[in-house]
Design a binder for this molecule. Structure first.
Ligand code: NDP
Length: 410
């Protein structure tokens, strides 16, 4: 996390404030949030800057300059992020910049290939915004997600990988033996091979009130929003590893965390589930389905739940809930191009190649992946080896052969 003096003036209900905060969080840029509904001085700062205007978010940077309601692209430019690649042609482009893509990129660049990584939010992926990683081999004391991500990014830079963030890939198309990769900023890049490693996103419940209170009581990231609930009770929805681990994390702030699991048992691993059962701060309710979210003054205060055995509906009065009910693959822009399963996960062969030659997929977006960080990195390495074979067959002038022959790489 880079420490800056950035101040975000806004409110909890403003959706552009949430977007900007999310963007800064994904870039792992530290900022101070000032809720101008509760902070009169903060409100005065906004009025002063805008000659009486009150548009939010208003974001003030270390050098005293400010942006009002910036787009993500404007924020990226202000933060000095690379948003346009140096070349138009690469041996390999990875779509996504999480641990899978970065591992593939490190391997391929180390083999001498020209590699471009295009990430739509912050490099490091979900791992980068995870509070703590405890099960990655080689870190006996655990490691923070941000530290872990910084290390892979540094390693990728050392091997000359070109890294773009805040650039959304909107399409991939075949052109002769190459692929054309287009970003939302309208830039088009060409590559001999492409890896889709776009990961997956937390699913939403789809119940009444959920959309109304997103960011104002309904959350999908405990690391980002858990500290808002210091001293207050919260609920976690779901019964898998994410729900149970995030519930344990939330006990740092909340005196009581209620896990609402829709089934009769937790699906989480025994170790994680036992930890939840043993915690005096965690209460687990089974056979409990969420039917509605309600609140007042633009903030959640009640979750309506139904017991699936008795059918009885009851209220749980909490100001915050965290939803962890599984993952949806980030494969939307590519579903017409490659074969996907019924949930949208991309189907590959054992060589990580999709139904299109030269187009590979690995990590959480791939059908059959285990959604573990270690295997995400492992898939990245295995995909890199398959891609190297493909590129050697299709890109005879790639630098990998030259460097290998010179003994510069192993
Ligand atoms: P999972 O798919 O493992 O679990 C989803 C949970 O949400 C289940 O309890 C499921 O209930 C419940 N659920 C699904 N839909 C709804 C709904 N509409 N309403 C209420 N509840 C619902 O997802 P996770 O996000 O927990 O984990 C994803 C993957 O990541 C898994 O493979 C997991 O093992 C892995 N992971 C591993 C970690 C680790 O090893 N440290 C940490 C975090 C995740 P039901 O059981 O009734 O279907």
């Amino acid at each position: 996390m880079s420490h800056t003096n950035i101040k975000v003036y806004g409110t909890y209900w403003c959706s552009d404030c949430k977007r900007s905060k999310k963007f800064l969080g994904e870039q792992r840029v530290h900022y101070e949030f000032i809720n101008i509904e509760e902070d009169a001085d903060g409100q005065a700062v906004v009025r002063d800057l805008q000659n009486g205007g009150m548009s939010i978010p208003t974001i003030v940077f270390e050098d005293g300059t400010f942006l009002v309601e910036p787009t993500n692209a404007q924020l990226a430019a202000k933060l000095g992020l690379e948003t346009k690649a140096k070349c138009e042609y690469y041996d390999l482009i990875t779509v996504g910049g999480g641990p899978t893509a970065l591992t593939t990129a490190i391997y391929a660049a180390r083999d001498g290939f020209d590699v471009l990584v295009i990430e739509r939010s912050g490099l490091g992926g979900q791992a980068g915004i995870t509070e703590r990683l405890d099960n990655y081999p080689g870190f006996p004391e655990g490691v923070t997600g941000a530290d872990f991500a910084d290390r892979i990014i540094e390693q990728a830079k050392r091997f000359g990988v070109e890294l773009l963030s805040a650039q959304d890939v909107v399409s991939i198309s075949r052109d002769m033996e190459d692929y054309l990769v287009k970003t939302d900023a309208g830039h088009m890049y060409r590559a001999h091979a492409v890896l889709i490693a776009t990961g997956s996103t937390y699913k939403r419940l789809g119940v009444k009130g959920e959309d109304d209170y997103i960011g104002a009581g309904v959350h999908f990231c405990a690391t980002c929003d858990g500290p808002f609930y210091r001293g207050q009770e919260v609920a976690v929805i779901g019964g898998g590893n994410s729900a149970v681990e995030e519930a344990a994390f939330l006990t740092r702030f909340s005196p009581k965390v209620t896990i609402l699991a829709r089934g009769p048992a937790l699906r989480a691993s025994k170790v994680a589930a036992d930890k939840a059962f043993e915690s005096p701060q965690i209460d687990v309710r089974f056979n409990t389905e969420v039917v509605e979210f309600k609140g007042a003054n633009n903030h959640l205060n009640t979750v309506f739940v139904r017991n699936s055995e008795s059918g009885e509906v009851s209220e749980l009065r909490v100001p915050g809930v965290f939803v962890f009910i599984g993952l949806t693959p980030n494969s939307e822009p590519f579903r017409d191009l490659v074969k996907v399963d019924d949930q949208g996960f991309i189907v590959t062969g054992i060589d990580f190649q999709t139904s299109m030659p030269g187009l590979f997929a690995a990590g959480d977006v791939r059908a059959g992946s285990t959604k573990q960080l270690v295997s995400a990195a492992g898939e990245g390495a295995a995909a890199a080896i398959a891609i190297r074979e493909y590129l050697r067959g299709h890109a005879p002038h790639a630098m990998g052969d030259t460097l290998a022959a010179s003994g510069a790489i192993e």
